[in-house]
Design a protein around this ligand. Structure first.
Ligand code: ACO
Length: 427
């Protein structure tokens, strides 16, 4: 890289000067947009581990130092002081709300909580065994059928509010459907989180008091999941949105992308793994050794991260919260102790040290969800509810980016070269 902020590339004897973009935290990106037009070559970066696909002003991560900030605010400050709706406002509109803005935003989020009555019929079509993630993804896509495509800024904003408000209703209805209980409707005198807990856990004709320890743990969990820059699901949302798809269609694609066990589905996989270890006599070393065995593709779920190479600040916050919340709720979950001991054994092991593998956000979140009474197959749905404001902020940013074009990567073709058609009898 030259001292006047340009990178030099030599390819087939041809010199190319490439502009360099420097982010507000000093991150450097070499702009290769002239590479193909001028040389015919492209960059090859499978899994996109070294590719910046956009400029973004939403979330900053320094994986080496374990820093995570939304719009400049440190994740630990937000987790300690903010409410989830405030963080939604911050991510989507770029700033924390003033007091009147906060009240107005909360009111809108409450008043749009009901889903169209006809949508309730959709739930009847799913078998009771349907995973709540498939229901959530299908229902969010279905919102497009009930609420028109966005054209004006006001229509876009209204659909954003509708999505934030209704997703929690759809999530809670999917749970009620899975346990065969009647749906509980949201109430306008309850806050965002209270309404979600009410719809999940209340039963008809019985009073339901929200447990404040549960409410505050849920608030923290949703904030910690609210955004994480260009991960698999967010990149999916931006990609689908770049083709002009509606907010609901794009976010539904994000929900599907989140579902995989290497991404948001890891929280469910962690609990299943901890349970397996418990039933197998809590032999931690056996499972740590299994990850290293050439004959096994076993991984410690909830460990490792593409970006964090020191520690995941969200995991640290959740580990502390797990102790506090389980204690306050009087829950004695053997899986928390197993998680802690497994972490200790793994972090002392050279395989994990050399590869810089640390617990990620999913390692302790499941223990917290369990303590709150949320069933295992709802964990990834909880992640999706938390990630909604991040996806929405990225969908908007992509849509409004100056000169935004459809996202369309290239490839290096490695298949057959041209060959003649072979008639059926000659094959
Ligand atoms: N257990 C054991 N070994 C692991 C683990 C793990 N959890 N994660 C990575 N490794 C090993 C890999 O086998 C690889 O070893 P090698 O160099 O000998 O081949 C090395 O560490 C580097 O790992 P990669 O797979 O190249 O890392 P990548 O950045 O592609 O993947 C990922 C990151 C998907 C998170 C991975 O660490 C993983 O699968 N973790 C378990 C699933 C999980 O917890 N996912 C949630 C991530 S957070 C989120 O999405 C919300």
């Amino acid at each position: 890289m030259s001292d006047h902020g340009k990178a030099k590339l030599q390819i087939d004897g041809k010199d190319l000067e490439l502009p360099v973009t420097v982010g507000s935290e000093g991150e450097v990106g070499v702009d290769i947009s002239r590479l193909r037009p001028e040389t015919g070559a492209i960059t090859l970066d499978p899994s996109l581990a070294n590719t910046g696909a956009c400029e973004s002003a939403i979330t900053y991560i320094d994986g080496e130092k374990g820093i995570l900030r939304y719009r400049g605010y440190d994740i630990s400050d937000l987790a300690m002081h903010a409410s989830f709706p405030e963080v939604c406002h911050l991510l989507i509109y770029g700033r924390l709300p003033t007091r009147p803005e906060r009240e107005g935003f909360r009111t809108r989020l409450t008043r749009h909580s009901l889903v169209h009555e006809d949508m309730k019929k959709f739930f009847e079509g799913f078998p009771p065994s349907a995973h709540p993630m498939v229901i959530l993804s299908a229902m969010i896509a279905s919102l497009s059928a009930f609420y028109p495509e966005e054209d004006t800024e006001e229509e876009i904003d209204l659909n954003i509010i509708r999505l934030l408000a209704k997703a929690k209703t759809l999530a809670a209805f999917s749970y009620k459907k899975s346990i065969g209980q009647p749906f509980i409707y949201p109430r306008n005198d309850r806050t965002y989180l209270e309404n979600f807990l009410l719809m999940m856990f209340a039963v008809p004709a019985e009073p339901y008091d929200v447990d404040q320890t549960v409410r505050s743990a849920l608030n923290k969990l949703l904030i910690l999941h609210a955004d994480h820059e260009q991960n698999c699901s967010t990149t999916t949302v931006r990609t689908v949105g770049s083709g002009g798809a509606s907010l609901f269609a794009s976010i539904s694609a994000g929900v599907s992308a989140l579902w995989g066990p290497l991404h948001g589905g890891a929280n469910q996989a962690v609990i299943e793994m901890l349970e397996q270890i418990r039933q197998d006599g809590s032999d931690f070393q056996k499972y740590v050794d299994l990850t290293k065995s050439k004959d096994s593709d076993f991984k410690l779920m909830g460990f490792g991260h593409r970006v964090y190479k020191n520690f995941d600040p969200r995991a640290r916050i959740l580990k502390e919260a797990a102790d506090e919340v389980l204690d306050k709720l009087g829950v004695d979950d053997p899986l928390l102790e197993i998680a802690k001991q497994l972490e200790e054994v793994a972090l002392a092991d050279s395989y994990f040290v050399e590869r810089k593998l640390y617990p990620n956000v999913d390692f302790y979140s499941g223990v917290l969800y369990r303590a709150m009474g949320i069933p295992t197959d709802m964990f990834t749905v909880m992640f999706a509810l938390g990630r909604l404001p991040g996806w929405i902020a990225h969908w908007l940013e992509q849509r409004n980016a100056p000169g935004a074009r459809i996202i369309r990567p290239r490839q290096i073709y490695t298949g057959e070269t041209a060959r003649p058609w072979e008639p059926l009898d000659e094959r």
